[in-house]
Write a protein that binds this ligand. Structure first.
Ligand code: ADP
Ligand code: MG
Length: 411
């Protein structure tokens, strides 16, 4: 297998046309083309497992798949970016099984990328609706390792395509759960639902305020370009490998804070139910670190709600200021930043015209999301590349994003 894409690289320049041509060359005419995007999250980090809100938006980078029903029992799927084709039975082993461990060996494909597609078909079968055989060619341009969720784009593109082609009748929210459960049961990543949810529900010019407690959602207007801003990710290029254990520790600290407050207020089930005043009242009963973790989360949930009011009113400078506050909380209270991320955000803070910047994702590496006035953007980005390069010996990757529609059929 030629591994053409790897962390840190930007996958190819895929278009509906190029993917259609590749399909025709391999499998002939008659394909439909579907796409599903990656995402950014504007504000709302570590709020999902605390039953708060997140504020993601779909971007102009995603997975594209040309696909057509096939006659036989077997499916042929070609990954352009890995230059690899597999032939497999999407119906897999015992129907109704959801765990890879309970499926006959040999059914689950070995290639990592194919597990996502196979898993989606299995999760659909578990819910009583069966995917037929297909021929498919797919590729993507979600930058890998940037925290933009290329895997959710992959699940959503195939989930959406299967659903429409075979008339399965799943709602978008059900497709999101199918994608999430694919990660849990077939890939082994216990992710939340935000990434799949936004990849399927995204809308150009809008962000989605998702309530992680109820999965209720509403759209908020967000069109930076129309207001004179650009939305840009600057990749800190370094991923610290402690993230798994640190992530679990943060979750436990949040749970400990909830237990302490709930001893006085039995109705409290998560940090979503804890007000800043309640937290201060019981601060004396908490280890200092538990208090700091909880304070970040409680503030972040409130910040996101206030940030939505800013977006409703078109107050981009105020919204940007909240992004800086999020970073301060993640860095100083939640302690999930790195010297590289802090370096970029410090430079952003001291640059006139950068409205906001914060680390995006769980922390310990990844990208800084910026909201920058168009008039200063090029100069700032050149500056950050030069200064970061001088400090750390690596030139950060710049990824421009435009808020775009969610999963859909193109051809
Ligand atoms: P991310 O944060 O981008 O979702 P993951 O590690 O969760 O990162 O998912 C990346 C995996 O998704 C890749 O290893 C690959 O298996 C699959 N994937 C993503 N993009 C593509 C692509 N363009 N072609 C094939 N597989 C892809
Ligand atoms: Mg992923």
């Amino acid at each position: 297998m030629t591994n053409k894409i790897s962390a840190g690289s930007t996958a190819g320049n895929i278009t509906a046309e190029s993917i259609g041509h590749e399909f025709e060359r391999r499998y002939g005419a008659g394909a439909s083309v579907y796409t599903a995007p990656g995402r950014v999250n504007l504000i709302g980090e570590h709020t999902d497992y605390n039953m708060g809100f997140v504020l993601p938006a779909a971007v102009d980078k995603g997975i594209m798949v040309a696909i057509r029903p096939a006659a036989g029992p077997l499916s042929r799927i070609y990954s352009v970016d890995y230059d690899s084709e597999i032939t497999l039975d999407l119906h897999g082993g015992e129907s109704g099984s959801t765990k890879s461990g309970s499926t006959k060996s040999g059914d689950v494909p070995n290639d990592q990328w194919a597990k996502y597609i196979y898993g989606v078909a299995q999760e659909m079968a578990t819910r009583g609706r069966s995917v037929g055989a297909v021929d498919a060619v797919f590729g993507g341009n979600v930058p890998l390792g940037a925290g933009m969720s290329s895997s959710a784009a992959l699940e959503s593109a195939f989930g959406f395509a299967f659903n429409e082609m075979f008339g399965l009748g799943f709602t978008l929210a059900e497709l999101a759960v199918i994608g999430q459960m694919t990660e849990h049961n077939w890939v082994g990543v216990r992710c939340g639902i935000m990434d799949q949810f936004i990849s399927l529900h995204g809308r150009a010019g809008q962000v989605l305020k998702l309530d992680c407690r109820t999965l209720e959602f509403e759209y908020k207007p967000f069109s930076p370009a129309e207001h004179g801003y650009r939305l840009v990710l600057v990749d800190s290029m370094v991923k610290h490998n402690l993230s798994g254990g640190e992530y679990n520790e943060r979750r436990e600290q949040c749970e400990e804070g909830v237990r302490i407050v709930a001893a006085h207020h039995p109705e409290v089930q998560s940090l979503r139910d804890v007000s800043p005043e309640m937290l201060e009242r019981y601060r004396g009963e908490m280890p200092e670190l538990v208090y700091r973790r909880c304070r970040y989360v409680v503030e972040e949930i409130a910040r996101l709600v206030d940030g939505c009011d800013d977006l409703d009113a078109g107050r981009y400078e105020e919204f940007g200021a909240r992004m800086f506050e999020t970073h301060r909380g993640l860095s100083q209270l939640f302690n999930v930043s790195t010297p590289e991320l802090d370096f970029i955000v410090d430079l952003a803070r001291s640059t006139e015209g950068v409205a906001g910047a914060r680390l995006m994702g769980g922390g310990f590496g990844g990208c800084v999301l910026h909201l920058i006035r168009c008039s200063v953007a090029d100069a700032y980005l050149a500056d950050v590349q030069a200064k970061f390069g001088a400090e750390f010996g690596l030139v950060p990757r710049i990824i421009e994003v435009v808020i775009s529609d969610g999963a859909r059929r193109l051809v």
